[in-house]
Design a protein around this ligand. Structure first.
Ligand code: GAP
Length: 445
């Protein structure tokens, strides 16, 4: 994990937020390659969700009417038990003390549970995880609003707006990608638990009684999405929430977990939320959110099957999963260890690199021409510095699937080499076919 965090910084995937001021706990910035990878993850999710006839997209505002969070149960229930150490003032989630280190740097290696056993901790208090702010110029109780802790509520309150505007019939879904904020007591493990993150959520509205079947359908679809994007099957597992641990709204809930270097961690939740959300918003807003089924002339409150993925957690799982160190031959036939990100090519931040073998004999001009031809279609990288072997390694490390090299043969027959990242195999193709070649690699969504 340490290796990956340092590579992420060095190659421009992820930086600590406000690093020059010492950082801000639980907040991270995506660098030039990180933002490409994150966008590709979100793009694949968006296509999987909305390139189908029964799901519409939405982008709701982050700030919502404060009653939304009363109706949703977040004001009353979105809390974690928190304890403070009287000695070092460190703060812990009361249910996560077991794994936590002591907060005092002077006691290196000491466990927080030892301090607790010695009676240094306060009693547990409930702490609401929503960030509060004020809307308008007055900072009083009447102008409190919250940064949304999940994107889901923006979908529920727009259920009938979307349904009537799109003329969708139940069963149908609404998808959204957006920022969510949680004032987590303990942030940890790089991007895993942060205070600001992005969610990719889809709420599927179904007729009560059909919910169990749809729940199974969406479980299957969501696991398949990760596997189809190349995530190692053996590093994915289901975790079912025990009935006594289910969230207040849920009838059934499964997490998709990924085996990170620090252990199994949830990357997505699939929840059967029943009619809880729409009923609560009906109750608190006084507006009907019932659906009228024209075919059967029935009026009912739909059940909701939710698929809720963290974009940043998926990003981190794809990053961890792609990272390999393997033996590879050098130009002079020796073996060396290469670090390579084996991203699915749809996720790769840079799709191709273009090299002139040497900076003379007209090679840079031809390579530049190829680069310019590719640029309108793909994120590409031009590199003319250092030995070509080094250049391949630099691209391997960021997961670039294809490298095109202009060499002396190009000058005679106008062909270039294309080198594939995973096999390191090279073949030749006409320089004028490079754009077509790369387009063919990305033809399917
Ligand atoms: N609408 C349901 C909901 O928000 P959740 O299990 O609290 O459910 C869904 O969150 C997903 O959001 C999680 O599976 C995870 O991927 C992501 N997530 C939640 N809290 C997070 C945090 N503090 N940092 C990063 N991602 C988080």
């Amino acid at each position: 994990m340490d290796k990956l965090v340092s590579l992420a910084k060095r190659r421009g995937f992820v930086f600590q937020s406000s690093e020059i001021y010492g950082g801000l706990n639980g907040c991270w910035d995506y660098g030039p390659l990180g933002v490409e990878l994150l966008n590709n993850v979100k793009d694949q999710w968006w296509k999987a969700m909305t390139f189908r006839e029964d799901i519409e997209g939405i982008d709701a505002s982050i700030l919502m009417h404060p009653r939304v969070w009363e109706a949703s149960g977040h004001v009353a229930n979105f809390t974690d038990p928190m304890v403070d150490c009287r000695e070092c003032k460190a703060r812990f989630r009361a249910d996560q003390i077991e794994d936590a280190p002591c907060g005092n740097p002077a006691y290196k290696g000491r466990k927080a549970s030892k301090c607790q056993a010695e009676g240094k901790f306060t009693e547990a208090r409930q702490f609401n995880l929503m960030f509060k702010t004020f809307i308008g110029p007055l900072e009083d109780e009447g102008s409190v609003v919250y940064l949304r802790p999940e994107t889901a509520q923006g979908i529920y309150v727009n259920f009938l707006n979307v349904q009537s505007a799109s003329r969708q019939k139940v069963p149908f879904g609404i998808a959204q990608i957006g920022k969510a904020f949680r004032n987590e007591i303990n942030t940890k493990n790089f991007l895993f638990r942060t205070r600001e993150f992005e969610q990719m959520e889809m709420q599927f509205f179904v007729k009560p009684g059909t919910d169990v079947g749809w729940f199974e359908y969406w479980k299957d679809q969501r696991m398949r999405w990760f596997v189809d994007l190349g995530m190692t099957k053996d590093k994915l597992q289901w975790h079912r929430h025990e009935s006594e641990k289910l969230a207040h709204y849920a009838k059934d809930a499964f997490d998709i977990e990924y085996q990170f270097p620090f252990g199994w961690g949830e990357i997505e939740g699939i929840h059967n939320r029943t009619d809880y959300d729409l009923s609560r918003h009906e109750e608190y807003s006084g507006k009907s959110l019932k659906y009228f089924d024209e075919a059967t002339k029935e009026r009912f409150t739909p059940y909701i099957i939710e698929t809720s993925a963290g974009a940043s957690r998926a990003f981190m799982a794809f990053l961890v999963d792609a990272y390999r160190e393997e033996e590879a031959p050098t130009a002079d036939g020796k073996m060396e260890v290469r670090a390579v990100m084996k991203f699915n090519k749809k996720l790769a931040p840079v799709k191709a690199a273009v090299f002139p073998l040497v900076n003379r004999d007209g090679m840079p001009e031809i390579a530049k021409k190829i680069e310019l031809a590719l640029r309108p279609h793909f994120r590409v990288f031009y590199d003319d510095s250092g030995a070509v072997g080094r250049r391949y390694r630099r691209q391997d490390e960021i997961g670039t699937p294809f490298c095109f090299t202009v060499d002396s043969q190009t000058l005679g027959d106008q062909t270039v080499t294309v080198r594939e990242r995973d096999t390191m195999q090279q073949e030749r193709l006409g320089a004028d076919r490079v754009v077509r070649y790369l387009k063919d690699q990305f033809d399917t969504i």
